[in-house]
Design a protein around this ligand. Sequence first.
Ligand code: FDA
Length: 306
Amino acid sequence: MLRAALLTASRNSTVRRLVETAPVSRDVVRRFVAGTSIDDAIRVTGTLAAAGLRVSLDRLGEDTTEAGHADATTKAYVTLLQQLAEHELASVTEVSVKLSAVGQALDEAMARDNAATICTAAAAAGTTVTVDMEDHTTTDSTLSVIRDLRADFPWVGAVIQAYLHRSEADCRDLAVAGSRVRLCKGAYREPASVAFQSRQSVDRSYVRCLRVLMQGDGFPMVATHDPRLIAITQRFVADTGRAQGSYEYQMLYGIRPNEQRRLAGAGEAMRVYVPYGDEWYGYLMRRLAERPSNVTFFLRSLATKG
Ligand code: FDA
């Protein structure tokens, strides 16, 4: 119930205004978001890289409804990639891009062109791009754009959400040589017609998808904080004889940081997804929806500061 309410609120403009202007929101945001500027993103990336972690930087923003905004987002990614190269962080830092932030809802071709501009900048910087996956109404379009991008940039990463019924089949299509695939549970509110609803059925689907990816020829990116799924990944690694570095773990900035460092210390490739920017509202609401104690944390800071 709480998860559903928070995910509905994540797309409600009235609640958005209320939360964005609440005096304490920024303190809460700081736990999950690097800061508002490129300098903040570079600073946090430098700290994580020094601890042996890889990074994927996400410039916050989604559901863009103006071409000018999509263009500004694209330019901001290009500047970010240039800065990563200048700071010699590009070898351990890629970027994550939401197609809805670069115009997908306006025109798929516009989003594809903008994403290609970002990929060109990533190639020049010596790094890669992963295209985030959003709600199920965009899945076909997003996979189609990724297929097109991969013709010129074969390293473009795709994201599969285990909660969708279709995902095991999508994993089979994507588990080919050179294909980078991030597997996550899925963060949006989806109907039963397209998505598993219970935690257990999502977890079981995750394991089926993981098996396909680990047994395949691609590069699996195991995006979860779930200790059971991390243990199961280790079992698949042993069963398939995969070497460390032929797959990677991924977690979100601010969530299980000690586990992130433990895995990196054990020689695993560990990438932290680091969002930055002003438009943190939708991202924050999805993180609150994932864990009731985050809501308590949020409410407690409202009570103590408000
Ligand atoms: P689950 O939610 O079951 O959590 C397992 C455990 O992890 C919890 O018990 C808790 O200890 C900890 N935990 C998880 N979330 C927490 C939180 N918010 N705060 C505190 N502790 C928490 N989704 C999507 O739809 N499209 C995408 O492109 C991406 N991209 C993406 C990239 C990366 C690198 C990650 C790690 C995740 C995503 N996601 C995503 C989000 C993903 O779909 C999912 O919502 C979250 O990762 C939470 O799911 P877990 O697998 O961690 O399991």
